[in-house]
Design a protein around this ligand. Structure first.
Ligand SMILES: C[S@@+](CC[C@H](N)C(=O)[O-])C[C@H]1O[C@@H](n2cnc3c(N)ncnc32)[C@H](O)[C@@H]1O
Length: 455
């Protein structure tokens, strides 16, 4: 695997938790899998769960809570094996394991998702959880071949009838990441971020945009300009594959959160504890941001805010706070573009760690089609991963923010697929149930492709 910051990735305060306040939507599919399995179990029969890449234990903590509340009389006994890369340990994961200890036993195994069958044993698991992991396997493990290895190894590790609860960053609508479009960015922070980030990403990341026809171009004023000549205070129109916009959008919010957390703006929001998720309307993604001023408020756009909470933090509606944060970010990026500044150090540390990461490697269509074909071929048609449930769980706060700032924002959140390891020869009923999901959620091309695989 390539390099990434192990500590940051496994910290309990990593992006998902800090900005959303909860890991609940990370465990919904696992609970669904256990509910389905429960009907086939004898009392006290063992259910073997595996979680790949538990990181700081957010999904595990949520799963423990969900089992206690939603499946309090779960019929089987629970055994959990965690598979993590070497060197990833955190107090928050230990805490999550202690919590799980109240309902089952857990063990921690060191290794790579691509070798899970060799490490944990073939046909040894009933449920495999992979939450926000596979984009890292893609980014650091070598792209699509690494993903194929991980899915095939998971299929081998599952018992027939077992489930894989897959969740990763929600992809773009449509069949291809490579379809092109033009997008205009108006605000200074987005223009500055685009011109600093995109060249780095396209040069250094593992991504599918290397072909001549996938080139990214920038237009300003009368026509195409080189990225170095983009005027940061004028709108810029970018012409690029649709997947590149998805990366730009996702990396922007990741970096903005990172800069907040580095105390690099004049304000620092409260990103942990109960004040981190003070919702006005959770479904609409509207929350109140609790923050401190890092220095005298001066004439910054939040200086008028007077409301404070019980700990003396200032409190602002996110629709007021976010535009101010974008202004801070524009100023930050202006400084970060100058060599030798404190801001340029923060930018470099972030871009070296996060810049090479591709969040979206497949559309939902491509994912379903590829996983079906690859697992079928790998086992000679004896066992394959087919979807039994497909859903999207939007991160309402980010999506609200993005829609207010971009003409055509993508929904941000999790894309979830509950795969089942099915023997297509002996279980035509399960294949049919899976096809119903595919027909409801995928394009005709993918439906035909899966039919072709099964033929
Ligand atoms: C973004 S974190 C997600 C953590 C947790 N699953 C969650 O949803 O909060 C990704 C995790 O995947 C782990 N990971 C990355 N590549 C892996 C691989 N090839 N095999 C096993 N784990 C991997 C990382 O160490 C990290 O803990």
């Amino acid at each position: 695997m390539g390099q990434f910051d192990l500590h940051e990735k496994s910290a309990a305060t990593y992006l998902d938790k800090a900005a959303n306040g909860s890991g609940v939507d990370k465990c919904g599919l696992t609970v669904d899998a256990l509910t389905r399995l429960q009907n086939q179990l004898r009392p006290r029969q063992m259910t073997d769960i595996v979680e790949i890449g538990p990181g700081g234990g957010i999904a595990l903590e949520a799963l423990t809570g969900a089992i206690k509340t939603q499946l309090p009389a779960y019929i089987g006994k629970l055994s959990l094996r965690l598979l993590e890369l070497d060197g990833i340990e955190s107090e928050s994961l230990r805490k999550a394991r202690r919590g799980f200890g109240e309902i089952g036993e857990s063990t921690l195994h060191v290794g790579d998702a691509r070798e899970i069958d060799r490490i944990l044993g073939q046909d040894s698991s009933d449920v495999i959880v992979a939450c926000a992991v596979l984009h890292e396997v893609y980014s650091y493990g070598g792209g699509l071949p690494a993903l194929k290895d991980a899915f095939c190894a998971a299929n081998d590790t599952l018992r027939e009838g077992g489930y894989m609860a897959y969740r990763d960053i929600v992809s773009v609508p449509g069949e291809s990441l490579l379809d092109r479009r033009k997008e205009t960015f108006h605000s200074e922070s987005w223009v500055r971020f685009s011109r600093m980030f995109l060249p780095y990403y396209l040069k250094n990341a593992q991504h599918p945009y290397g072909a001549e026809q996938d080139q990214v171009s920038f237009e300003q004023g009368l026509g195409i300009v080189s990225v170095d000549d983009v005027d940061p205070v004028e709108p810029v129109t970018i012409n690029a594959p649709i997947g590149v916009f998805r990366e730009l959008q996702r990396h922007y919010i990741t970096f903005r959160d990172h800069a907040w957390r580095s105390d690099a703006f004049e304000v620092a929001p409260v990103l942990d504890g109960p004040f981190a998720s003070d919702w006005v309307d959770e479904r609409q993604g509207r929350k109140r941001i609790h923050f401190r001023f890092n220095s005298e408020p001066g004439d910054n756009p939040l200086s008028e805010i007077e409301e404070t909470d019980s700990e003396g933090n200032y409190v602002a509606d996110c629709d007021v706070f976010d535009p101010a944060a974008d202004l801070f970010l524009a100023h930050f990026l202006e400084q970060a573009n100058k060599p030798g500044t404190e801001q340029s150090d923060i930018w470099k540390r972030w871009v070296d760690r996060e810049g090479p990461e591709t969040y979206v490697y497949y559309t939902l269509d491509n994912l379903i089609g590829a996983v079906a074909a690859q697992t079928f071929d790998h086992t000679g048609g004896k066992k394959m991963l087919l979807p039994r449930r497909i859903s999207v769980s939007p991160r309402a706060y980010y999506t609200r923010y993005l829609k207010r700032n971009l003409e055509r924002a993508f929904v941000d959140g999790g894309q979830q697929v509950l795969f089942q390891a099915i023997n297509p020869r002996t279980r035509p009923d399960l294949v049919e149930a899976a096809m119903t999901q595919i027909v409801a959620n995928c394009s005709e091309n993918t439906v035909n492709q899966v039919h072709g695989t099964l033929a």
